[in-house]
Design a binder for this molecule. Structure first.
Ligand code: HEC
Ligand code: HEC
Length: 343
């Protein structure tokens, strides 16, 4: 071998090794080899009246499954499910995400979930891998649903099986490159049993409900890679839109002075049930219409949990026009009033 060939080969090998190390320590290999997943099992969830009832409650009133998997009646307050479309899927173009659709999860055999096994649904819901093996776009909050207890999961699947069948083929999501590769790092198999949540105090009960309800996905601002911004948990700032409704930033719901320190339990319940903070009407994109039928005990628990949050100093006010915020780096009403951390 000539000397130069050896040098070239060495250089080439060094580059390969560096690249491999680089990938390992930065984006990891998932973008190239696909999501971490597990083989499907033949487990079946036994239907029971208790499971049906619990499943209906979670799917319709806590976890927002129907908010995201149905067409919404935009003429009504609180964006309720449009009659005849419950679970039949929809496009997210209204939210400004034209490449995303949620699938039909009614029991229709050709266009819905009729031929997907219980474990196929279970894996999609808690682990983020679809019936066709694809990585689900993490706006489908499977990262939160990882904490869903086995019993609640069984209830959710049991209830989905009872939805009226709707025949509607939704086009597949078409997540653009390279995002479609990066999201392969998100799914994680759930291999251990997930026991019933600790409900011994209102705060603990509330924490579980807030996780299933994905409050944090909207109220904790995310960076451009979809990661929660550390230190800004539940402090608001990300902007949400829905068709022709004015874009609104999620509120700071921590007990900080510029959060919701003045909320009483009664005001919180009234807000979620009516979509109004006294005279002030909330945008329907805050899915109060899909939380409003939670029981008093559950809403009170959520409020008890919110009161335990670390107060985060972050001024967000939708009554003002959006300005750049040094704290969360996003643009939202009152942004100019915030200082960078340590600034
Ligand atoms: C914030 C919106 C949102 C919520 C809430 C939501 N989903 Fe989804 N879901 C989606 C989207 C979007 C997809 C499709 C993702 C994709 O195509 O990459 C999806 C995919 C799925 C799939 C995968 C189907 C397949 O192709 O295998 C199932 C099953 C599912 N969701 C069930 C549920 C259930 C049950 C709940 C409630 C416990 C729920 N979803 C809550 C948006 C949501
Ligand atoms: C899809 C995104 C989204 C989700 C999910 C969401 N919110 Fe909101 N929330 C918003 C937005 C946007 C606003 C601002 C509404 C406005 O100002 O019109 C808001 C406002 C609020 C307010 C009113 C604060 C004020 O201004 O007085 C409360 C309270 C609240 N959310 C609590 C919750 C809780 C609790 C959950 C979970 C059970 C939750 N939100 C889930 C988007 C969301």
């Amino acid at each position: 071998m000539s000397r130069w060939l050896k040098v070239l080969l060495t250089v080439f090998l060094v580059i390969v090794v560096l690249l491999a190390l680089g990938i390992t320590f930065t984006i990891g290999w998932r973008p190239f080899i696909g999501p971490k997943t597990r083989a499907l099992t033949d487990r079946r969830f036994e239907a029971s009246p208790t499971r049906l009832k619990r499943g209906e409650y979670i799917v319709g009133n806590v976890a927002g499954c129907l908010f995201c998997h149905s067409e919404l009646d935009t003429t009504a307050e609180g964006l309720p499910v449009k009659a005849g479309t419950a679970g039949a899927g929809r496009s997210f173009a209204q939210e400004g995400i034209p490449f995303l659709t949620s699938p039909n999860i009614t029991p229709d055999a050709t266009t819905g979930a009729g031929n997907w096994s219980d474990d196929t649904l279970a894996r999609a819901i808690r682990e983020g891998v679809g019936h066709d093996g694809r990585t689900l776009f993490p706006m489908m909050p499977y990262v939160n649903y990882r904490s869903m207890s086995d019993e609640d999961l069984a209830s959710v699947v049991t209830y989905l099986r009872s939805l009226p069948t709707v025949s509607r083929q939704q086009p597949k999501s078409n997540v653009p490159f390279p995002v479609n590769r990066f999201i392969n790092a998100v799914p994680q198999p759930v291999e251990e049993p997930v026991p019933e949540p600790n409900m011994s105090t209102p705060e603990k009960r509330g924490q579980y409900l807030v996780t299933l309800a994905s409050c944090g996905d909207c109220h904790t601002p995310m960076d451009d890679r979809g990661q929660y911004m550390a230190g800004l948990e539940f402090a608001g700032g990300s902007t949400f839109l829905y068709t022709d409704r004015a874009p609104k930033a999620a509120a700071n719901i921590t007990p900080a002075v510029n959060g919701i320190p003045y909320y009483t339990e009664a005001l919180f319940l009234e807000t979620i049930r009516t979509g109004r903070v006294r005279e002030r009407k909330l945008t329907d994109v805050m899915p109060w219409g899909h939380y409003r039928n939670m029981t008093d005990e559950d809403l009170k628990s959520i409020f008890a949990y919110l009161k335990t949050l670390k107060p985060v100093d972050h001024y967000v006010d939708n009554a003002q026009s959006p300005t750049k915020c040094a704290r969360c780096t996003l643009e939202h009403g009152g942004g100019e009033r915030n200082k960078a951390v340590g600034g």
